[in-house]
Design a protein around this ligand. Sequence first.
Ligand SMILES: Nc1ncnc2c1ncn2[C@@H]1O[C@H](COP(=O)(O)OP(=O)(O)OP(=O)(O)O)[C@@H](O)[C@H]1O
Ligand SMILES: [Mg+2]
Length: 231
Amino acid sequence: MRGLFVTGTDTGVGKTGLSAALLAAIAATGDPVRAYKPVLTGLDEIPAPRGAASWPPDHELLASAAGMRAEEVAPLRYGPAASPHLAAGLASERIDPAALLACARATAADTTLIVEGVGGLLVPLVDDYTICDLAAALELPVIIAARPGLGTINHTLLTLRAARAAQLDVRAVVLTPWPQQPDAIERSNRETIERLGEIEVATLGLLASPAVTELAQAGAELPWRRWLAPA
Ligand SMILES: Nc1ncnc2c1ncn2[C@@H]1O[C@H](COP(=O)(O)OP(=O)(O)OP(=O)(O)O)[C@@H](O)[C@H]1O
Ligand SMILES: [Mg+2]
């Protein structure tokens, strides 16, 4: 399967914006792309207004960037803003990892698949199966979304360590939203993660709106062709 698995150091770090930017940039070159969000939680939450533009929920943003229907992107959707295993439990359901894998493969077909993870790598889908296990089973190269500021060195190096312990092929860390004029801490964080993590660190600027043209422009700045290349 060709594609990327976008994980993050935490929930709310910018995985969706990054995934949507990658999808829109790849789609803009004419290559067929598909998006997959294995489990979506928090549909009951009213999204906080972000700047002037209102941002859609993850599956809608990913769908608009990939030219899909939102339900196709995330077949498993829950209302409470909870960890997947809890959200499923509250609905008297149990997540079936094998079904998620089959769905990812069917969604990809012969296209490039961008998978947005849920929370971070050690988030459980069921007690003995994490997002990290899902990424390993899909055998996709991994991109880690991380915050640019204070605290990110620890979160990012922990995520890298967990990913490598599971033999994931981590291609890059993306610091997001990267300011136009990064301060000394942000510049140092970038350099320190690159050096101590022995990993490429890229940046994604602030997305002012969820417009596909803007996403595509931002995504075009990222070296996604190299990230997609076989190891
Ligand atoms: N490049 C960016 N442009 C604009 N906002 C950003 C960017 N990167 C991060 N953010 C901020 O991060 C917040 C969460 O972004 P996003 O929804 O993409 O996170 P996530 O990791 O996908 O979260 P979840 O775990 O809920 O899926 C946004 O509300 C926004 O404030
Ligand atoms: Mg998201």
